[in-house]
Write a protein of this length. Structure first.
Length: 398
């Protein structure tokens, strides 16, 4: 007899080459370009969502829930939490319990709540730049003291300057850790995370581990959840995960906080519940449960396709625009590209991308300031034909 809680392995072949028209759907990636870039007449290769169709099992679950025709107050059911704990155990050897998990309406919001729950004005918050812009914006907006430890580039990937990191951590209440790293796609290994753990415990710094890109670690690499590096790390970490990047359902606003330590959990969950800022909606719960219960096969195929796009991108740039330096991502669908070796200054690089190539990329400046002018982040989570067209435009513009 079929049990709805059983994981289904469909072995269905998904089509990631399908080109889907997204314009006119209140889509940030397409329909907000005019607000950001001053025009909608660009190829949108910026916002970190994918152009792939959201999985059929997620769409079917939402349709089935709609058939009930009452969309009233809701909560996370036991089967919702079982789907999450099952996913974490299968993929990351994380043994989470239901009481250690809490719905949050998105990881950016969840980090903002953590800043409010654990810090006061002028408290130090440590980040490693370049990094996802909200890591910079949230502490700044909250009037916390932003402390930046710049990453080094070693053998084509990001590396932590641990001498600088330890010095900077001494007066910081929180570390905002991008694990895996955005924008570089660097997968921090266990040794890296152990050193971060040891330093942060010594300095009394709570680790906020944003693991939203963990599911999209590419073949040949392995994600290590920060809570698994030591018993002490497990007691000093707030981990955020989400199906949003993984299954292209960011519009659902469905993320999860995982906190094994009781004291941290009581503070953070108490903040969420006290201010009623993390009550999920019916479709967020439905979509997340379906994704985590039925998503293994889809994700395997998506990662293989993205890995193919990585190879396509690196090969294309090496052959057609060898002056630029593209960092090979070890996770996710984002490529960090240094255009400075083309010899053009920042303003000219930006002009050529926007006015000649007519391609919208994320500006490196927003990931850490002046030192990243001339870097841009390219989103390759799209059909290969679209990616090829964007790369042709970029190459021609330079």
């Amino acid at each position: 007899m079929f049990n709805k809680n059983d994981t289904i392995h469909t072995m269905k072949k998904y089509n990631f080459d399908e080109i889907i028209e997204r314009r006119g759907t209140s889509c940030v990636k397409h329909d907000m370009m005019d607000r950001i870039f001053g025009t909608n007449d660009l190829m949108p290769m910026w916002v970190a969502d994918m152009d792939f169709r959201s999985p059929d099992f997620v769409i079917d679950a939402i349709k089935e829930r709609c058939n009930h025709e009452v969309l009233a107050y809701t909560f996370g059911s036991d089967s919702y939490f079982e789907a999450i704990t099952g996913w974490l155990a299968r993929h990351y050897s994380v043994s989470a319990q239901k009481n250690e998990l809490h719905y949050v309406p998105g990881i950016v919001a969840a980090i903002a709540f953590a800043i409010q729950a654990f810090t006061e004005k002028e408290d130090g918050i440590l980040i490693m730049t370049p990094v996802y812009p909200p890591f910079i914006d949230l502490p700044t907006y909250a009037k916390r003291r932003l402390v930046c430890s710049p990453l080094k580039t070693v053998e084509g990937r990001f590396a932590i300057d641990f001498d600088d990191f330890e010095k900077k951590a001494r007066d910081c209440k929180l570390l905002l850790l991008s694990n895996p790293h955005n924008p570089g796609g660097t997968v921090w290994n266990r040794d890296d995370l152990k050193r971060i753990d040891a330093i942060c415990r010594k300095t009394g710094t709570i680790v906020i581990s944003d693991e939203i890109h963990a599911d999209l670690v590419l073949p040949g690499y392995k994600h290590t959840s920060f809570t698994t590096v030591s018993p002490e790390a497990k007691g000093n970490t707030i981990t955020f995960v989400a199906p949003s990047k993984t299954f292209n359902i960011a519009g659902m606003g469905s993320s999860v906080a995982y906190i094994p330590d009781e004291a941290l959990r009581n503070t953070y969950f108490g903040y969420l519940d006290g201010y009623e800022v993390a009550n999920g909606n019916v479709f967020a719960y439905t979509a997340a449960e379906a994704a985590y219960r039925h998503g293994d096969d889809w994700l395997l195929q998506a990662r293989e396709y993205i890995a193919g796009n990585v190879e396509f991108t690196i090969d294309f740039l090496n052959k057609n625009l060898p002056a630029v330096v593209a960092m090979r991502p070890e996770a996710s669908f984002l490529v960090w590209i240094d255009f400075r070796p083309t010899g053009f200054n920042y303003e000219e690089i930006k002009r050529r991308l926007l006015e000649v190539a007519m391609v919208a990329l994320n500006d490196g400046y927003t990931f850490g300031g002046e030192q990243y002018k001339g870097f841009f982040r390219l989103n390759i989570g799209c059909p290969r034909a679209v990616l090829g067209q964007a790369l042709e435009r970029i190459a021609a513009a330079f």
